[in-house]
Each structure stands twice: as C-alpha cells, then as structure tokens.
Write a protein that binds this ligand. Structure first.
Ligand SMILES: NC(=O)c1ccc[n+]([C@@H]2O[C@H](COP(=O)([O-])OP(=O)(O)OC[C@H]3O[C@@H](n4cnc5c(N)ncnc54)[C@H](O)[C@@H]3O)[C@@H](O)[C@H]2O)c1
Length: 467
C-alpha cells in the first residue's frame, strides 16, 4: 500500500519505519529540513531500540523515503497519517494548530480519494471538526479516521509491531477495511483490531493515559502515607499487585510521570471535561500529585543539606523521563535540576542516551555539566541523585560510589536498592515511601523514619500546585 506519514517525530518515524518494514511504500513528511536530511541519510533523530537498523534497511530497500514537500506527501499516499505534535496550551488544552494546518494542506493538494487518519492525540470531537474543515476545502471524496497510537517510548518499535490493540474509529466501512488490512500483519489475535466510532477512539486514547497516570499518582500518594507510617511501600505494592484485578504494572512509586504524553494528556482531558461542564476533580488531583512528586527529590536534598546549596555539587544519574529513550520532555530530572540550581547547587549529570538533549535544554546555564561515564559524575559530589531507572544503575559498584562520593549519600527516586544492601555498603540512602538508611546513626540499626516538609521551604508543596 502507498502510505504518507505527516510528522516524523517519535510516533511518525516509528510508524513510517514499521509500515515500510511490513512491505508498504512509505513517504515520511516533516517541516524540519534537518530532520528530513538526517532520516534520509539513515540517521535516526531519536533513540529507540532497534529503530535505526530498521530505518536503514527500509531506506536501502527503497520502500521508505522522507521529504519536506507536503504536496508530494498528499499525492503519494492512499492513506495519509497525521502524526504531528499536539502540545499543551497555557490553559492545559491541546493545541491543534499543527493538525489543522496539515488538514488544510491536504485539502489544498488532494486530487483523488484519500483516507486521512489522525494518529496524533486529539480531544474528542476533533476528527468530526477536521472532517468538516476538509469537506469545505475539497470536492474529492475522503474518509477521516481516528487511529490513536499507544506505543511506549523506549519500546516503541516492539509496541508497534506487536500492539495490544489497534483502535480504528470511523463510520466508513471501506476505510475501516483498508486500515484493517494495513494493520493485519501486526494483529496477533482477532481482538487486536478494534473498530468503533471516531469520537470513542479519540476518548480511548485520553482515558487510557489518564488511567495509567492515575495509578502512578495513586501509588505515589500511598508511598507518602507508608513513609509516614514506617511501612515499606515495596512490600505494599507487591502485596497489592498480586491481586489479579490490580496487577503489578504502573504501581512503582517514584519521582512522578513525565514525557510528552501523560502530563499533557491528563491536562487536556481535564480541559475537555471542563468544556463539557464536568468537574474532573480526580484528574486534577492526579496532576497536582504528580507536580508535587517531581519536586520531592529536590525537597529531600534540601532537607538533608539545607536550603542554601551554594558551593555544593551533586551527581545526577538519569535525565530521560524513562529508560531506553533520549526524550527529556517533562522529565522529572529536569525539574529536579532546575530546583537545585535555584538553591545554588552545581550538578554533574550522566545519562546513557539523553545528555545531548539535556545539554541543549541547559545551554548557557551555569552550574550544570554532563559527563560520559556514570562514575565521573560522583567525584567530590555531596550526594548521588537517581532520577531514571536505567538498567545500568541497578547493580552499580557501591565501593566505587562510596570512595568517590564526598557525602556518601544517595537519593533514589526509583527505589532501585534495598535497605540491607545500603546498610552493608555504609551508604546513607533516601528513597520514595521507605524509611531512610542512616548507617552511622548512633542509636540503632541505621533505619529511621524521615519526615517531609509539607509547606513553605524552597520547593513547594502539593497544595501549591493544586490550582
Ligand atoms: N511520543 C509518544 O510516546 C506518543 C505516543 C502516542 C501518541 N503520541 C501523540 O502523537 C503525536 C506526536 O507525538 P510525537 O511525540 O511523535 O511528537 P514529536 O514532537 O516528536 O513529532 C512531531 C513532528 O511533527 C513535525 N511537524 C509539526 N508540524 C508539522 C507540519 N505542519 N507538517 C509536517 N510535519 C510537522 C515536527 O517537526 C516533528 O518532527 C502527539 O499528539 C502525541 O501526543 C505520542
């Protein structure tokens, strides 16, 4: 099948490459000429396991090409996917200007029947509005379909090739059939491809992300309660997750969710709800809890080292919002660094893949530096702060950490280590929802209950971000 994909970012590039891999002739379009040049030369502009190799193989086969020419893209594809960004506006609602501008260009350039499939995450009713817009711009027939994307960064290729489900929202049986055929190679079971109304498909995407975000904020709140009650959240989450109705996924306490989807999609869903006259109070709290959680590590550092961190250096491991990606959008690490910088600290940061993106984010900002090896970040640092659970941080050389770190303190935002190991390693250890380990505590077994400041201080409280 001839396919065009407009927008060659995380979703567009993975979609283009995987559809070419299954034998389609795919033209990827993007407004960014540098991106198009890099992709055409076989250089992936994002890090995703397995993506660059697949990109190169499909460029060589001639089934995959990239262009900046949207008119060419409109001519080429029998199906045109829209995969441009839908970033949040100031008020939290989704900015649909990129989607709208692509729809306008399609209307201008189409000369035959097209299936236009919106893969970008858009509020309910967008497909209907875009269909009306397109109808006013062209006399040629078309079907406008909602086909939300559920891939996870860090496992995007795998998710696209073996999806849990493909959601196709449209009321045109021919378009539904065409897309079902396109996705058939990736459908593992008869239930994988789900046909529904366009509005329902748009809502499935928002509701799914809002639910997953809710689980994360829920367990983070439980972790806070556990910490105050002197209970280990790890035992609690395992006990909870053993119930098949609950399951273990998305129940890891930590520094909050980030990335380009959960934060903006929760806010966009709140905005949709409000526009429809619903209160969406639960989702408001999910968002507020997450804002608080992103500040928690910085708050813990200030409680331990004081609010004035001038002259103190801290090591940061992990900058990406999750492992196996170089994406730092809304990453908790970025927030932590900003907060500690404003308290006067200097930061030495390491990430296996995201240093270049983070260096661009902090370009011209003094006090932040980046290193190529994890242990290079530790020298003369007061403490190590872990923000992302990359595999390589799970079993580090603790002797080396103890030798290099001036302060012998770890703040672990991902609960990677257990208390006994930390005690044996004689490292002071602060994690999420668990008692801190203080090895040289004079009066006992080295474990104590820490308290978190709830109001005032330099890094805020959950109530402040509630609004
Ligand atoms: N990143 C994810 O994990 C993920 C997962 C599922 C859904 N989504 C949704 O998919 C959409 C895209 O997300 P992303 O992360 O791939 O975004 P992205 O920012 O990585 O990519 C968007 C691309 O679109 C290009 N673009 C913008 N306007 C354009 C135009 N008029 N014509 C051609 N190209 C244009 C940009 O240059 C950029 O390369 C969003 O709505 C997002 O919510 C993202």
């Amino acid at each position: 099948m001839k396919i065009s994909i407009v927008g060659s970012g995380y979703v567009g590039l993975v979609t283009a490459t995987c559809l070419a891999e299954s034998g389609n002739h795919v033209l990827g379009v993007d407004v960014d000429p540098e991106k198009v040049r890099a992709l055409s030369a076989g250089r992936s502009t994002i890090f995703e396991p397995g993506l660059e190799e697949m990109l190169q193989a499909n460029l060589s086969s001639g089934r995959l090409k990239f262009t900046t020419d949207l008119a060419e893209g409109v001519q080429h594809g029998q199906v045109i996917f829209i995969t441009v960004g839908t970033p949040p506006r100031e008020d939290g609602s989704a900015d649909l200007s990129n989607v709208e501008s692509v729809v306008r260009s399609i209307g201008q350039h189409m000369t035959s029947h097209k299936v236009v499939a919106i893969k970008s995450t858009v509020p309910v009713g967008t497909g209907a509005r875009m269909s009306e817009l397109l109808m006013g711009l062209t006399a040629h027939p078309f079907a406008l379909v909602s086909n939300p994307e559920f891939l996870k960064e860090g496992a995007a290729v795998e998710d696209f090739l073996r999806p849990d489900r493909v959601v196709i929202g449209c009321d045109d049986p021919d378009a539904a059939q065409l897309l079902s055929e396109l996705y058939a190679p990736f459908a593992r079971t008869g239930q994988t491809i789900m046909l529904m109304s366009r509005d329902a498909a748009e809502m499935v995407k928002y509701a799914s992300n809002a639910y997953l975000a809710t689980r994360i904020s829920f367990i983070n709140e439980v972790a806070d309660i556990c910490a105050r009650a002197g209970v280990d959240i790890n035992q609690v989450r395992l006990g909870m997750g053993a119930d098949r109705r609950i399951g273990q996924e998305f129940l890891n306490p930590g520094v909050g969710y980030g990335g380009s989807c959960f934060p903006k999609d929760v806010q966009a869903m709140i905005s949709v709800a409000q526009a429809l006259g619903c209160k969406a109070e639960l989702l408001g709290q999910v968002h507020a809890r997450n804002e608080y959680q992103k500040q928690l590590l910085a708050q813990m550092v200030c409680e331990r080292f004081g609010n004035d961190l001038k002259g103190k250096t801290f090591a940061v491991w992990g900058l990406a919002f999750k492992p196996n990606t170089d994406d730092i959008r809304e990453a908790p690490a970025i927030k932590v660094i900003h907060l500690l910088l404003s308290a006067g600290a200097a930061l030495k940061c390491y990430d296996p893949k995201a240093c270049a993106n983070a260096a661009a984010e902090f370009a011209g900002v003094s006090g932040v530096s980046f290193v190529h090896q994890p242990y290079d970040a530790l020298e003369n640092a007061e403490a190590l702060i872990i923000c992302t659970d990359w595999s390589e941080f799970r079993s580090p050389d603790f002797d080396r950490i103890r030798t290099l770190l001036k302060g012998r303190v770890i703040f672990d935002g991902r609960n990677l280590y257990d208390a006994k190991t930390m005690l044996r390693q004689r490292l002071e250890y602060h994690s999420i929802g668990r008692a801190p380990v203080i090895p040289d505590r004079p009066n006992g077994n080295g474990q104590g209950v820490f308290t978190l400041r709830r109001t005032g201080g330099s890094v805020g409280s959950p109530k402040q971000s509630d609004k």
